[in-house]
Design a protein around this ligand. Structure first.
Ligand code: NAP
Length: 249
């Protein structure tokens, strides 16, 4: 399977964990599409540059994955151009942290829509084509917070818990059609998302990690890639925890 040129779509592929996933897939010479949203294209252009330097054919699209219509338009275009999507990595995510008593409806809706509704939007947009091909891989990026909770993250935790439930139900729907659907739940990973956290919060996370180091984006990317490989052919509906021991299932 690695020898074929797969079309790999990664939401939030412009930076952080998504970029590391794109670079991990680059080793198999796929065609890669990254989706991002920031009007500043710098990160997306950097990622495209890194992929192209590795000889990979790559494109970037600026689309808000929380929008059903915009996402459908993008995937309809990709399916028209490429005929198929082999791998979908639902990785785009945001945080809007605050205690529940201060959380606005907008904080709640935006996080649920970007983190969870996007997984519906993108998966819905590709699933028919994957069924037609009788193969496909979907990996959804959840979080350790889905399992252990975190004060100030009721919106984020709910979105990431929803992703785990979504993964199990979709996996059961399409397991007989040759499609693998799994989730990866990272622990504390150093990226632009976690960099702004106060030092004492970062230290508190580190105290909870038996391996005594934060995760690197590459720690997550390797597992995501493996889930889309022949070596993981008999795995579906699972959530793989990649967290240095922070949570053990
Ligand atoms: P990051 O560095 O902040 O990157 C987030 C990515 O999502 C960026 O590429 C961003 O695009 C994209 N994105 C955000 N909103 C979007 C939207 N509405 N439409 C399309 N793309 C959008 O975050 P990260 O740390 O790599 O996180 C990646 C995933 O891992 C997220 O789902 C996050 O919840 C999850 N995760 C992270 C950690 C951690 O410790 N870092 C732990 C557990 C789970 P732009 O660059 O264009 O803004």
């Amino acid at each position: 399977m690695e020898k074929e040129q797969r079309l790999v779509v990664i939401t939030g592929g412009s930076r952080g964990i998504g970029r590391a996933i794109a670079l991990r897939f680059a080793k198999e010479n796929p065609r890669i599409v990254i989706i991002h949203y920031d009007p500043d294209e710098t990160y997306a252009e950097e990622t495209l540059g890194l992929l192209k330097a590795r000889g990979v054919s790559a494109e970037a699209f600026k689309v808000d994955v929380s929008s059903f219509t915009a996402t459908k338009e993008l995937f309809d275009g990709l399916l028209n151009d490429y005929g198929k999507v082999d791998v979908l990595i639902n990785n785009a995510g945001i945080i809007r942290d605050t205690f529940l008593m201060r959380m606005t409806e907008e904080d709640w809706d935006r996080v649920i829509n970007v983190n969870l509704k996007s997984v519906f939007n993108c998966s819905r947009a590709v699933i028919r084509a994957m069924i037609r091909e009788s193969r496909g891989w979907i990996v959804n990026i959840s979080s350790v917070v889905a399992t252990i909770g975190n004060p100030g993250q009721t919106n984020y935790g709910a979105s990431k818990g929803g992703i785990i439930s979504f993964t199990k139900s979709l996996a059961r729907e399409v397991a007989g059609k040759g499609i693998h659907v799994n989730a990866v739940a990272p622990g504390f990973v150093l990226t632009d998302m976690t960099e702004p956290l106060p030092e004492k919060v970062k230290e508190a996370f580190l105290q909870q990690i038996p391996m005594k180091r934060p995760g690197k984006p590459e720690d997550i990317a390797g597992v995501v890639y493996w889930l889309c490989s022949e070596d993981a052919d008999y795995i579906t509906g699972q959530t793989i925890h990649v967290n240095g021991g922070m949570f053990m299932s």
